[in-house]
Design a protein. Structure first.
Lengths: 206, 206
DNA sequence: ATAGTGAATATTTAATATATTATTCATAGT
DNA sequence: ACTATGAATAATATATTAAATATTCACTAT
């Protein structure tokens, strides 16, 4: 073999440094947004050269993409805890899931307004991410629907189609532009009304 | 009296010219959007000076606002015809109303992509218009809900709150940004699924 | 007084030059 | 070969200026 093979711990150390870079980017992105964060800043925070960042990520946009995916995973883990709570009926579970999602989004937007900037940039440049996010949450919602079908006889045809319909009816509560014009109380009220209708629609006819 | 009173037909003729101006603005706005339409173009189309426009509208933005309100009224009239159709059950009426609204929005966006530009400008500068539009459509939707309550025993608490919830669940079908990424068939499918759920939720329990 | 205008002024937008920043690459140290 | 860097280049953003456009106003005609 002409070239020696990689050291077996290369992936690990690479992975660790990638995480460090993402940690640094995370802080900058959340406070400054995408455009106003410079590669030199991220590198500086880590005491390394700008050029070295490119050994770990092909571009700034790719850092933002990985950052976004980490955000998705964090939110999904937080929602997963809600889905897995055992002390609720299916209806209460669905309600809790929707409210948890709203509260999470609202709080993030409140704490890091610059996030809006990243959302806009990624929606334009990496449209697949939108689908990635939706499908992650759909997977969790599908668990709730499946449980409701089994234990409460919810009227469900195709679980994924139903899940997509429900998620679509929640767009107002996941889109920064819309959320920004309303108070949390207003959002909770309307979401509650939508949920009443949805849950009623799911319950079986006697 | 020092100043003679207004000629009694002044309001009428003023009103007529205002309409003429709006007709001219309509053509320009729909094809060129807000920013790219110049006051000089509108005036030129009418064979008058730019300055004269200001005798009828205080600003370009006010012309756009009146234009938007005319658009709302046109859409509302078209929806009103659907609401007033006698040959449908309440459920069919609701379904027809939602689909008519989607088709109207989709067709407008398809025929006049520049409309997006006007929507953005007006949402930023005249946020009240959003509320004006919503309340206009809410009024019509409320008629359908009231009829369903009366004739089919739909479970309705506050009609307006329910109407707002339903309209909110339809945001995806009234927002250019979202519509642009989907085909009409996709939009129809998801809206149909949402409607199934909604209508099921409204029907009384036996 | 009412309808209208040309010309002056104030804002916006478009074009350009300038400066930052992203990205690449040849090279050094291990 | 692996990690890393400084310096070069390419792409973007910022600042500056020029041009276009919105808006005002003093004035004409009726």
């Amino acid at each position: 073999m002409l070239f020696p093979m990689k050291r077996f711990d290369t992936d690990l150390s690479d992975g660790q440094l990638k995480e460090k870079i993402l940690d640094a980017a995370d802080k900058r992105f959340k406070t400054q947004g995408f455009k106003k964060t410079a590669m030199a800043e991220i590198a500086g925070d880590l005491g390394m050269s700008t050029a070295n960042l490119y050994r770990y990520f092909p571009s700034k946009l790719d850092i933002a993409e990985s950052f976004a995916i980490r955000c998705f995973i964090t939110k999904e883990q937080s929602l997963k805890a809600v889905v897995e709570a055992e002390n609720m009926s299916s209806s209460e579970g669905l309600r809790a899931f929707a409210l948890a999602s709203l509260h999470y989004n609202y709080q993030q937007l409140q704490e890091y307004p610059a996030i809006n900037d990243i959302v806009v940039a990624l929606c334009a440049e990496r449209p697949d991410l939108v689908e990635r996010k939706r499908s992650g949450e759909l997977e969790l919602l599908a668990l709730i629907i499946a449980r409701g079908k089994k234990s409460d006889g919810w009227c469900v045809g195709d679980i994924n189609e139903l899940g997509e319909a429900i998620l679509t009816s929640w767009i107002m509560f996941t889109t920064p532009t819309f959320m920004q014009h309303q108070t949390l109380a207003q959002l909770e009220k309307v979401l509650g009304d939508i949920l009443n209708l949805t849950i009623n629609g799911l319950r079986p006819r006697t």
